[in-house]
Design a protein around this ligand. Structure first.
Ligand code: ZN
Ligand code: ZN
Length: 339
């Protein structure tokens, strides 16, 4: 098939020709699914292989991590394919308690499919913790909204700098960490809140399963976790009091979650004005991921500095500052039985 036809077919669900002059085109509906499930997977390698094939056959794209302790994924695909996926996964008793955060989108949010086996479903500094045995108490979004401003409540962001720098809950405590692995080193900073109700949160809830368990292990008594994270709170409660945007790991880069009282908390890397427009520097060697306002981006042709602007490998700026990786040689079957 010609490449442009493949693209067209991907965008359109149905072309109905009622008479020769009239062509009706319906745009397709896509979904983005964010989910995780801590559960025992006896043979992660075999499960991965089978799961990988299933995703290919159902036109799904995205990133899925499989480990002995469970599954963690963000995928996108046509609405019908995503619905089938959710049904299929939860039909397996190991994954029956999986909660999906479901958002709609006008295209695939991923270009590729990657299904990988790793030691943990999210890289942490505490492999010994099993959240299926002990974890912080779940607090649902509607409950969180009610109590988040109470005097005896402390809200703790367990995410990294690049995430909370562009958005976090009003009054939340965040840590200067580059990686979730460094969270344990920062727990000391919470000691003064030991008598308060601590509520941890992250993007979709997965990090909190272990972070809250770790706090319990360190002697904190009143530990809660926002169930389903920022994304579920945005979907169910409109995201009130979440300042800025939520960093996500698909082509959206930063998702709007607050439909009630949205604000901008980050500023343009070049001119310093309020800005939450995340851009990758057009110099591939730099590739810095920073907010750059539209005016500066235009002026700098997508580069973050004069030096990057003059770099011989500088990419062409297309007005977005998102440079999808080359799909050259991409084979969705790589790593599967049909490779
Ligand atoms: Zn600017
Ligand atoms: Zn740069």
């Amino acid at each position: 098939m010609q490449p442009y036809l493949a693209i067209l077919q991907n965008q359109l669900s149905e072309i109905t020709i009622t008479n020769h002059d009239q062509i009706k085109i319906f745009m397709k509906d896509y979904l983005i699914l964010l989910y995780y499930c801590y559960t025992k997977i006896e043979d992660p390698g075999a499960f991965r292989m089978q799961h990988h094939m299933y995703c290919i056959e159902n036109n799904l794209r995205g990133r899925i991590i499989v480990a002995g302790e469970g599954i963690n994924g963000t995928i996108s695909g046509l609405k019908a394919d995503c619905e089938k996926y959710m049904e299929n996964l939860t039909a397996d008793s190991r994954f029956s308690h999986t909660q999906f955060k479901i958002e709609s989108f006008d295209s695939n949010a991923f270009q590729k499919l990657n299904v990988r086996v790793k030691d943990e479903i999210v890289h942490s500094g505490f492999k010994h913790i099993d959240p299926t045995k002990k974890t912080g108490k779940y607090i649902e979004p509607h409950e969180f909204k009610k109590i988040k401003d109470d005097n005896d409540v402390v809200i703790v962001d367990v995410r990294s700098n690049y995430e909370h720098n562009i958005g976090k809950f009003k009054n939340a405590i965040s840590f200067d960490i580059e990686n979730f692995r460094d969270f344990p080193k920062k727990v000391e900073e919470l000691k003064k809140y030991q008598d308060k109700k601590i509520i941890t949160y992250c993007t979709g809830g997965i990090k909190c399963e272990k972070a809250s368990a770790y706090l319990l292990e360190k002697g904190f008594k009143n530990v809660y976790q926002l169930h389903g994270g920022i994304i579920k709170y945005g979907i169910e409660e409109g995201g009130e009091d979440f300042d800025g945007k939520c960093y996500v790991f698909d082509s959206r880069v930063a998702a709007d979650v607050n439909k009630v009282n949205p604000t901008v908390i980050s500023s343009c890397y070049i001119c310093g004005t309020d800005c939450d427009r995340m851009v990758n520097c057009a110099n591939p060697v730099c590739n810095k991921h920073v907010p750059i306002c539209e005016t500066c981006a235009k002026e700098m042709d997508g580069a973050c500095s004069e030096k990057c602007l003059e770099h011989p490998e500088k990419r062409e700026y297309d007005g977005r500052g998102y440079y999808p990786k080359e799909l050259n040689g991409y084979n969705p079957y790589r790593g599967s039985t049909r490779a």
